[in-house]
Design a binder for this molecule. Structure first.
Ligand code: GAP
Length: 555
C-alpha cells in the first residue's frame, strides 16, 4: 500500500510517496517517488503515480514469443515435393505419366507467379517514366527468326566421349573446345544437332516457330512504339510472356524447362550516350571473365566501384546490373546467394559483345538466373536488313537519323525467379515443428487467413464479413476447420503473413487478433482498422506499432 510521508530537513518540508510491504514476518518500507515541497502538489502527484502503478499491475505480462527458425539444406527434388504437396506446382500431364519439361502451376503457384510478374512490372514499368510495355504474339513471322540469327545459331549438340561413352550437351561455341570429365576427347563426327526452337504449322502450308525469347517482338515493334508512345532516347520497352525451347535435357525442376516465361527489357540509347541515372549503392560478388580465365576468385565490391575500376566497362551496364540485383534484394531474397559473372569470350551469344549473368547459388550450384547482355545495334540492323525497312529514328540533338543501341537487355525467367524466392524463404521452426515460408508479403500467395475460434454462428458471421471486405483487395482465405494450431501451421507453410482470429472478445469490443507468421507475435486491433493495417504492412511498415501485443494460448 502506498502513502504520503512528510520529512523535515534543515527546517524545510519535503513530501515522498512510500510503500510498505509485508515480507515474511517483517514489514518493509521503500520510497517510490519524491512528490515536492507542498502538501497539495504532493497529493496530486501521488494520485497520478498510484493510478499508473495500478494500471501496470493489471496489465498482463507479455511473454516474448519463442521461435527458432533454421534454414534446412533443401535439394531441388525436395523443393519439387514441397511444391506439389502444397499446391504450388504439378508435373504437367501427370495422370498420363508426365511430360518432361512442362509444368502446371497450382492455386498457390499461380498466385506467386502472378505476384512476381506484377512486382517486376511495377518496378520496371510503372515506377519509371522511361519504360513502356508491349505484349507481342507468341507465333510470329518466320523471317523474324532468320533475321535474329536463331534459325542458324540456336541449336545444341549432343556429344559422346570416345573412351567412356558418357554423353554431354554443349552449345555451338563449345564444339571442339571441351573434354570429357574422364580426360578424353568427344567424338565430334557423331555429334547430334538439336534445333532448340519448336516448329509449328500455320494454316495449311505455312511454317514458323514458337518464340524462343520475347526480345525479338520488342525489336520488330520498336519503331511503332517509338512513334506512338512519344518516347525519347534513352528509353526501354518491356515485355513479359511465354517462351519455348526444345531443350534436349530439361532438368532441375523449373530451372530448365521447355515452356517458360520471360520478363525482358530492351533499353535503347544513342550510340555512346552516357547513363543518366545514379547507380544504386549496392555490393555483390563479381566474377569477371578475366578472373575466371586466370583462375582467380570472385571479389565482393560495390557495383559502382567495379565500374570505376573498369571491371564493368559501361555505365548503363553497371546501372542495370545494380538495379536487377536490387529488385531481388528488396523483395527479400538473400543477397549472399547472388553474384555477377561475366561471360567469357567463347560463351557470348551470336548477338552480344558483353554479357553479365546475375547468378544464384541454386542447390545444384551457381547458375544463371538472369542474363544482362549488351546487344549493341545487332538486332535492329538485322531487322533492317531482312525487312528492308528503315528502323532509324530522328535525333533532335544531332539532327541526324540514328539506329539506337541496346547496351542492356535485362532478361529474367519467371520460373527461375520463382525458385529463388521459394528457396530463400524456406525455413523450419524447431519450436513450431513446421515449415515457415518467410516470403515477402508482396509476393505471398495469400495475404491473410481468417479464423473464427469459437464454432458459433455469431463468430462465423463476423469472420465471413471480414473475409468479404478484405477479399475486395487481397487474396484471403477463410478457414473454420481443424484445431487453431493446425490452421496456423498450414498457413505458415503457405507463406500467409497474417492470421486473423475472431475470439470471445470480438463481439464485445469489435477487436480481432492478428498473428505474424515469422515471429508468431499476436496483437489486438479494431476490425475497422484491419484493412488499412494490412495494406501498410504489405508495403513494409512495422505492423506491431498499430496494436497492442497480447498473449494467447496457441502460437
Ligand atoms: N533475350 C535473351 C535471352 O533469351 P537467355 O539467357 O537465353 O537470353 C534469358 O534467357 C533468361 O530466360 C535466362 O536467364 C533464364 O532466366 C530464362 N531461361 C532461359 N532458358 C530457360 C529454360 N529452358 N527454362 C527456364 N528458364 C529459362
Amino acid at each position: 500500500m502506498a502513502f504520503i510521508v512528510k520529512k523535515k530537513i534543515h527546517g524545510k518540508e519535503y513530501y515522498y510517496l512510500n510503500e510498505s510491504k509485508r515480507i515474511g514476518k517483517k514489514v518493509k518500507t521503500k520510497t517510490l517517488a519524491y512528490l515536492g515541497k507542498t502538501r497539495k502538489g504532493a497529493e496530486k502527484k501521488a494520485k497520478d503515480i498510484i493510478k499508473k502503478l495500478k494500471q501496470e499491475k493489471e496489465k498482463p505480462e507479455i511473454k516474448k514469443q519463442k521461435t527458432k527458425l533454421t534454414k534446412p539444406e533443401i535439394s531441388i527434388e525436395d523443393l519439387a515435393v514441397f511444391c506439389k504437396r502444397r499446391g504450388f506446382i504439378y508435373q504437367s500431364g501427370e495422370i498420363y505419366g508426365g511430360f518432361a519439361g512442362f509444368w502446371d502451376f497450382g492455386h498457390l503457384g499461380s498466385e506467386l507467379k502472378n505476384n512476381i510478374k506484377q512486382e517486376w512490372w511495377n518496378f520496371h514499368v510503372y515506377q519509371r517514366d522511361d519504360v513502356v510495355g508491349i505484349d507481342g504474339s507468341i507465333i510470329t513471322h518466320p523471317k523474324v527468326w532468320k533475321a535474329s540469327g536463331h534459325v542458324d545459331s540456336f541449336r545444341d549438340f549432343l556429344l559422346v566421349c570416345k573412351k567412356c561413352k558418357k554423353k554431354r550437351i554443349v552449345d555451338k561455341s563449345e564444339l571442339g573446345k571441351v573434354k570429357c570429365e574422364c580426360g578424353n576427347e568427344y567424338e565430334e563426327k557423331t555429334a547430334r544437332e538439336f534445333e532448340l526452337m519448336f516448329k509449328t504449322k500455320v494454316g495449311e502450308t505455312g511454317e514458323t516457330y514458337l518464340r524462343p525469347e520475347t526480345a525479338q517482338l520488342i525489336f520488330i515493334n520498336f519503331k511503332s512504339v517509338y512513334d506512338n508512345a512519344r518516347m525519347k532516347l534513352p528509353f526501354g520497352i518491356a515485355q513479359m510472356g511465354k517462351a519455348f525451347r526444345n531443350e534436349i535435357a530439361p532438368r532441375d525442376f523449373l530451372f530448365r524447362s521447355r515452356e517458360f516465361e520471360q520478363m525482358e527489357i530492351e533499353y535503347f540509347t544513342k550510340p555512346d550516350q552516357k547513363c543518366l541515372y545514379q547507380i544504386p549503392d549496392i555490393e555483390i560478388s563479381i566474377y569477371s571473365a578475366d578472373a575466371q580465365e586466370k583462375n582467380k576468385e570472385s571479389i565482393k565490391i560495390k557495383i559502382k566501384d567495379a565500374l570505376k575500376k573498369g571491371i564493368i566497362k559501361k555505365d548503363w551496364h553497371a546501372y542495370w546490373l545494380a538495379l536487377e540485383f536490387k529488385w531481388f534484394k528488396d523483395l527479400g531474397a538473400n543477397p549472399e546467394n547472388f553474384r555477377l559473372r561475366q561471360h567469357k569470350k567463347d560463351e557470348l551469344s551470336h548477338y552480344s559483345t558483353d554479357c553479365w549473368d546475375l547468378e544464384y547459388k541454386f542447390p545444384f550450384g551457381w547458375k544463371e538466373l538472369e542474363g544482362i547482355a549488351d546487344r549493341g545495334n545487332y538486332d535492329l540492323l538485322q531487322h533492317e536488313k531482312f525487312s528492308k525497312q528503315d528502323l532509324k529514328i530522328f535525333d533532335e540533338d544531332s539532327k541526324k537519323k540514328i539506329l539506337p543501341y541496346v547496351v542492356c537487355e535485362p532478361s529474367l525467367g519467371v520460373e527461375r525467379a520463382f525458385l529463388v524466392f521459394l528457396l530463400d524463404s524456406y525455413f523450419y521452426d524447431e519450436n513450431r515443428k513446421n515449415i515457415v515460408l518467410k516470403i515477402h508479403p508482396k509476393l505471398a500467395p495469400i495475404k491473410a487467413a481468417v479464423f473464427p475460434i469459437i464454432k458459433k454462428p455469431m463468430f462465423e458471421k463476423i469472420a465471413e464479413d471480414i473475409v468479404k471486405d478484405l477479399s475486395k483487395e487481397f487474396n484471403v482465405v477463410y478457414d473454420k476447420r481443424g484445431s487453431i494450431g493446425r490452421r496456423y501451421s498450414r498457413n505458415d507453410e503457405m507463406g500467409t503473413p497474417f492470421c486473423i482470429t475472431i475470439d470471445e472478445k470480438t463481439p464485445k469490443d469489435y477487436t480481432i487478433t492478428v498473428r505474424l507468421r515469422d515471429t508468431t507475435e499476436q496483437f489486438r486491433i479494431k476490425i475497422k482498422d484491419l484493412k488499412e493495417i494490412i495494406r501498410r504492412a504489405i508495403d513494409g511498415e512495422n505492423i506491431l506499432k498499430f496494436g497492442k501485443l497480447v498473449n494467447t494460448r496457441v502460437k
